[in-house]
Design a protein around this ligand. Structure first.
Ligand code: CMC
Length: 427
């Protein structure tokens, strides 16, 4: 039994239980703080707040460790597939052969969209951002499958497979719409990632034949993005789910949270930054000086992380994968060279060293995505497809835990009571 935490307030002493996680993380359970003391806590950005207990993903930010359901990310990236990793995250164990085959079949059976849904794409302007389309369309799926609204856990396997399968069909259709090409229907003969490549790159008179190395790289990208505990979008999914909202509504909210440049949107921002440096022939020393200057309003995109104070293990894997895939595809991308030099310059610089700022998952992922022919505005969409198993797993965990609705408090800093003033009497 761990000793309770003691708190002295207003001359009184209070005790709060200490919770210990399976990796020896210690947390003070303050759920009775307000009822016992009348106080609440204030934690800007939640850097010290555990919002839940979770058995899905473990991160040790100091040591640069990431594990899904106990399994190191390095092993999954090397040996697993995205579909297998999705099963692991959602159901907690590596699937048996039979479970994996059944799940793959279920994904195949849900790969098409209802024909009515395809017509929604005509309503978006060609310049519409695919993240906006993705979020809207995920929500729209429930209009065609109203059973989703029931949150019936007996149908959870089916709903989870439906969402995971349809998200790539929607993503590819959003891309095709944005470039004015006809939408390509999925083909059951393909595995998950090959099918995505087919829907992205086939045209009516030429079917894309997915390159196995590209398919492997895509699997790796998706695996590395599949979960990352209580990040902004996952916390959003859990927050929305806590109100009883259905799986599709909750994950559609997750897409919106992911879109921001400080979160999933960083992969596109990294490419824009590298391109900007390249096109304008900016000296890297000057650029590093600029991102260190707080008045510039510019950050080194793809660097830094709230939890990692060490090299992001996902960035390490993606750096090696970028070398491999560019080599295989014989792509000589000047942006890769700039990224490497920028990383080297930043890692030597005391500004970055003192603040423990290292490359994160977004620093090299865009270079791989660009090499395989994806446009920059699809980068965050790929992150969303990859993160879907994590969001689904957290939605399920939240549901299984029968958690209370999430409802943080605040410290009010506004006016004290004052009287309404009629409009003609206001100064
Ligand atoms: N470039 C320059 N300075 C930085 C950077 C950066 N990329 N990141 C953090 N800092 C500085 C920051 O200015 C602050 O300095 P000081 O202590 O002097 O005020 C210090 O480092 C701590 O930064 P913070 O903003 O308090 O850290 P945070 O935990 O709130 O933010 C972050 C984390 C990821 C939002 C931030 O590092 C950042 O903006 N990075 C660039 C955007 C990015 O790459 N985001 C992807 C994150 S990983 C994938 C994902 O989550 O989706």
């Amino acid at each position: 039994m761990t000793e309770p935490a003691k708190l002295q307030l207003d001359g009184k002493s209070f005790e709060f239980p200490v919770i210990v996680g399976s990796e020896d993380e210690h947390a003070i359970d303050i759920s009775a703080l307000r009822s016992k003391t009348g106080y609440i806590t204030l934690d800007d950005g939640y850097g010290n707040t555990g919002s839940c207990e979770s058995a899905i993903t473990f991160i040790d930010g100091e040591k640069g460790i990431l594990r899904y359901r106990g399994i190191p990310i390095e092993q999954l990236a090397e040996h697993s597939t995205f579909v297998e990793t999705a099963w692991l995250l959602i159901w907690g164990e590596l699937p048996t052969k039979a479970q994996l085959a059944r799940f793959s079949d279920l994904l195949t059976s849900h790969e098409m969209l209802h024909e009515g849904l395809y017509r929604h794409f005509d309503g978006f302007p060609p310049s519409g951002h695919p993240m906006a389309i993705l979020s809207a369309m995920i929500n729209a799926v429930s209009c065609y499958h109203p059973d989703i609204l029931l949150n019936d856990m007996h149908n959870f396997d089916d709903s989870a497979a439906r969402l995971l399968s349809k998200v790539r069909t929607i993503a590819a259709a959003a891309f095709k719409t944005s470039i004015g090409q006809p939408i390509v229907y999925p083909k059951p003969k393909f595995d998950y990632c090959s099918n995505f490549m087919h829907m992205m790159f086939s045209i009516p008179f030429k079917e894309c034949e997915p390159d196995p190395d590209v398919v492997r790289a895509l699997n790796q990208i998706f695996i590395l993005h599949a979960d990352h505990e209580q990040n902004c979008s996952t916390s959003t999914v859990r927050m929305v789910a806590s109100s009883g909202a259905n799986l599709f509504a909750s994950c559609s909210a997750g897409v919106c949270a992911l879109w921001g440049p400080l979160h999933g949107g960083a992969n596109a921002a990294v490419l824009d930054m590298l391109e900007h440096i390249h096109v304008n022939k900016i000296d890297l020393k000057d650029y590093v000086a600029k991102v260190k200057d707080k008045t510039s309003g510019i950050r080194l995109m793809g660097f830094g992380h709230r939890v990692y104070k060490n090299y992001d293990p996902r960035a390490k894997i993606l750096k090696a994968a970028a070398d491999k895939i560019l080599d295989k595809l014989k792509v000589n991308d000047p942006l890769l060279a700039i990224a490497r030099q920028l990383e080297e310059a930043a890692l030597k610089d005391s500004y970055f060293k003192d603040r423990n700022l290292y490359p994160n998952v977004d620093f090299y992922s865009g270079i791989i995505m660009r090499a395989i022919g994806l446009p920059v505005n699809m980068f965050t969409v790929l992150f969303a497809i990859g993160r879907m198993p994590g969001w689904i797993a957290h939605w399920k965990e939240m549901h299984d835990q029968k958690s209370r609705i999430q409802r943080p408090r605040q410290v009010y800093t506004g006016y004290q009571p004052r009287d309404y003033v009629a409009v003609d009497k206001r100064g």
